[in-house]
Design a protein around this ligand. Structure first.
Ligand code: C5P
Length: 250
C-alpha cells in the first residue's frame, strides 16, 4: 500500500521499535521467546522482516535481552534483510515498557512516526503495517490494529489460588470489545511524552496515550498478527508459514 516514492503529506519518516527482551516463560523452557525458531528462522527475524517489508519503514530498532544484545546483532547480520532499511540493536529492560522506552531513546532525529511491534507477532502482514502508518499520517496520534472477539469476555474477581473458581463481576458487551495487536503506530513526540508521563504498568503503548487524554483509534487487524504465547501458537505459526510458501509457489 505505502510507497516511499510517494512523499507523505508531512514528509514523515517511520521507524519500528521491536521489544524482544522478554523471556517468554509461557512457551515453556528453552531460548528467549524471540529467538525461538519458526520453520528454522528465529521469530525475531520474521518480526523484523515484517516491519522492513513496509517501504515506509526506514529504520528498525530491536530491543534485545539485556545480556543478549551482541547475540541479537550477530543474528541480524547473518540473515538477509532489505537494503533500504537500517537496523539498530539496543539492550532492553526489566519490563516491556522499559524496553520500549530504551528503544525510543535510540531513535535518531528525523523520525516522526514510530511503530511499536512485539517480536512475538512475527507474521503480521505488510498491509496491516501500512494501514497503521497511513492512519498516523492522516493525523491520529495513536493507532492500534485490532480484531472483534470470537469469545465472550467475563470480568472476574481473580482467585488467590490458581485453579480455584473465580466469581464473575461483569460481562462487557462483546460487540464493543476489540482484541488489540501490534504494530501500534504513534506520532513520535506523543509516544515519547506518554513514556515520560505514565508510570503505571501497562500491557500496551496505546493505553499510555489514552492516559494522556489523547485520541487513540483502531484500524482492522489481521488474524495472522496473533501473538505467539503458548506452545500451540508455535504450531499455528508454522502452519501459516507453510501455507504462505505454498501460495507463493516455493
Ligand atoms: O510478555 P509479553 O508477551 O506481553 O511480551 C510482549 C513483548 O514484549 C515481547 O516481544 C517481549 O519480548 C517484549 N518484552 C521486552 N522486555 C521485557 C518483557 C517483554 O522487550 N522486559
Amino acid at each position: 500500500m505505502s510507497d516511499d516514492s510517494r512523499p507523505s503529506p508531512s514528509g514523515a519518516r517511520t521507524a519500528a521499535v521491536i521489544p524482544a527482551a522478554g523471556r517468554g516463560v509461557r512457551l515453556g523452557p528453552g531460548a528467549p521467546k524471540a529467538l525461538r525458531a519458526l520453520n528454522g528462522t528465529p521469530m525475531l527475524i520474521h518480526a523484523v522482516r515484517a516491519m522492513a517489508a513496509s517501504r515506509a519503514v526506514s529504520l528498525v530498532v530491536v530491543v534485545a535481552p539485556p545480556d543478549g544484545a551482541a547475540e541479537v546483532k550477530v543474528l541480524l547480520d547473518s540473515h538477509a534483510l532489505p537494503e533500504r532499511t537500517d537496523f539498530l540493536v539496543v539492550p532492553g529492560g526489566d519490563s516491556r515498557q522499559e524496553s520500549v522506552r530504551l528503544g525510543l531513546d535510540a531513535l535518531p532525529p528525523g523520525i516522526d512516526i514510530v511503530l511499536v511491534h512485539d517480536a512475538a507477532r512475527p507474521l503480521v502482514p505488510v498491509d496491516t503495517v501500512d494501514a497503521v502508518i497511513e492512519a498516523v499520517r492522516d493525523g491520529a496520534p495513536a493507532v492500534v490494529p485490532a480484531l472483534p472477539l470470537a469469545d465472550t469476555v467475563k470480568q472476574v474477581e481473580p482467585a488467590g489460588v490458581p485453579g480455584e473458581p473465580e466469581p464473575v463481576v461483569a460481562t462487557p458487551e462483546r460487540a464493543l470489545l476489540r482484541a488489540v495487536q501490534t504494530p501500534q503506530g504513534f506520532d513520535r513526540e506523543t509516544l515519547v511524552r506518554a513514556h515520560e508521563t505514565v508510570t503505571d504498568n501497562v500491557t500496551d503503548d496505546a493505553s499510555m496515550v489514552e492516559q494522556l487524554g489523547l485520541r487513540v483509534v483502531v484500524v482492522p487487524g489481521h488474524e495472522e498478527a496473533f501473538k505467539v504465547t503458548r506452545p500451540l501458537d508455535l504450531v499455528l505459526a508454522e502452519a501459516v508459514l507453510a501455507r504462505r510458501r505454498l501460495n507463493d509457489g516455493f
